[in-house]
Design a binder for this molecule. Structure first.
Ligand code: B12
Length: 214
């Protein structure tokens, strides 16, 4: 990690809000990759998360960290959009939501944004979405891919239930299911029986490109 990248991660992790915005803005003004800037924010979130676990930080710090990420995202996203040249929507439909019991949505929002600017027609159905609602939305929207997001450990159970509900409704054959969010890995994919997992918004785009050929 180069010097100003490390400074950005540290400023966020140390809750130096104004400094974090100033560094992020300076990096973007210099033309550094906005996707990389978001990735650095995510690394900072991991540090914040660890400090929360060890009781060095509490809920206000989690909230401030989330706010910083959203604010930096608001400056980075238009630049990502500019670079993409505003792709036309024609590739296929993707339904995205955070599963039941989980309110974390910053990652999901980045996934939705990246899919959108890469030419997919995305329907984002929000947070804390019960399995039955996913089934209803699939029937109405007819997506080729469903993306389940979740950060909490309990989200893994909800992801599994959602995959089972989609299967029980007879819809599994018509679509692919991808999962993602902080701690999701291959073991969680196996547990939930999803088709694939993605560790970033870029991975979500790659999976959709694979499954929905242009
Ligand atoms: C910000 C934050 C919050 C904010 C959320 C704000 C918001 N609007 O989302 C607030 C303050 C509300 C919050 C609340 C809570 N939180 Co919180 N939070 C975090 C924190 C610091 C950052 C999360 C984040 O946004 N990361 C950045 C995003 C960009 O990363 P991401 O979600 O992983 O997304 C990327 C990829 O994973 C991927 N991706 C995401 N979704 C998908 C989907 C698909 C299909 C694909 C392919 C890819 C993909 O793409 C994204 C971009 O690259 C994490 C710590 C950490 N390690 O990150 C804790 C953390 C997730 N929180 C935690 C906890 C415990 C809580 C609370 C229970 C705290 C409490 N006592 O109330 C509540 C839970 C509320 C609930 N029911 O959901 C724990 C979870 C522990 C666990 N194992 O379950 C963590 C890990 C902190 C910790 N280490 O203890 N939190």
């Amino acid at each position: 990690m180069i010097k100003n990248e490390r400074e950005l991660v540290e400023a966020i992790a140390e809750m130096r809000e104004e400094e974090a915005y100033a560094i992020a803005k300076a990096m973007l003004d210099r033309g550094e990759d906005p996707v990389r800037v978001l990735e650095l924010c995510r690394e900072a979130m991991d540090i914040v998360g660890k400090r929360f676990e060890t009781l060095e930080y509490f809920l206000p710090e989690l909230m401030l960290a989330g706010e910083m990420l959203e604010n930096i995202g608001a400056i980075a996203k238009p630049l990502i959009l500019e670079k993409s040249g505003g792709a036309p929507k024609k590739l296929g439909r993707v339904l995205v939501g955070t599963v039941h019991g989980d309110l974390h949505d910053i990652g999901k929002n980045i996934v939705t944004f990246m899919l959108d600017i890469n030419g997919f027609e995305v329907r984002d159905i929000g947070i804390d979405v019960p399995a039955a609602r996913f089934v209803e939305e699939i029937r109405a929207f007819k997506p080729s891919v469903v993306g389940l997001s979740g950060f909490l450990t309990l989200a893994f159970e909800s992801m599994k239930e959602t995959v089972q509900a989609i299967e029980a409704a007879g819809l599994r054959g018509e679509l692919k299911i991808m999962i993602g969010g902080g701690q999701v890995d291959e073991a969680v994919r196996t547990y939930t029986d999803a088709d694939a997992y993605g560790s970033s918004a870029v991975a979500a785009v790659t999976l959709c490109r694979e499954w929905i050929p242009a």
